[in-house]
Structures are given as structure tokens and as C-alpha cells.
Design a protein around this ligand. Structure first.
Ligand SMILES: [Zn+2]
Length: 62
């Protein structure tokens, strides 16, 4: 039995240098089920490119 200890984090995150967004593959759109992208610019938010569903991330008080 071979143990699999390697975990590829790079496969969970995709950084789009063109738009400056990060795609997390495990974050799915609650409306259409496609992968959402995280936008850092301005207000942090999740955005679905398919149906334009947007979730604004509430900033925690420090
Ligand atoms: Zn969607």
C-alpha cells in the first residue's frame, strides 16, 4: 500500500494574472454550480462568471 503524502495546493487555487482574481476550485456557485472566482480588488467578493452571481465577503474586525 503506497501512501500518498503529496498534496498539490496549486491545483486548488488558480491565479488569473490578467484579471487579478483567484479561482478556488472547491468554491461553487450556489445558483448554477460552476466554479466561482475570488476578486481582491475593491471589495473582496466571489463572482460567478457564468450567471454573474456575486457574494460579498464581510470583512472581520481586527
Ligand atoms: Zn453561477
Amino acid at each position: 500500500m503506497a501512501e500518498k503524502t503529496k498534496r498539490f495546493r496549486s491545483q486548488l487555487y488558480e491565479y488569473d494574472y490578467k484579471t487579478g482574481t483567484i479561482k478556488l476550485r472547491n468554491r461553487l456557485c450556489p445558483r448554477c454550480g460552476s466554479v466561482m472566482a475570488f476578486h481582491k480588488a475593491g471589495k473582496p467578493r466571489w463572482h460567478c462568471g457564468k450567471c454573474n452571481y456575486t457574494i460579498f465577503v464581510e470583512e472581520r474586525k481586527k
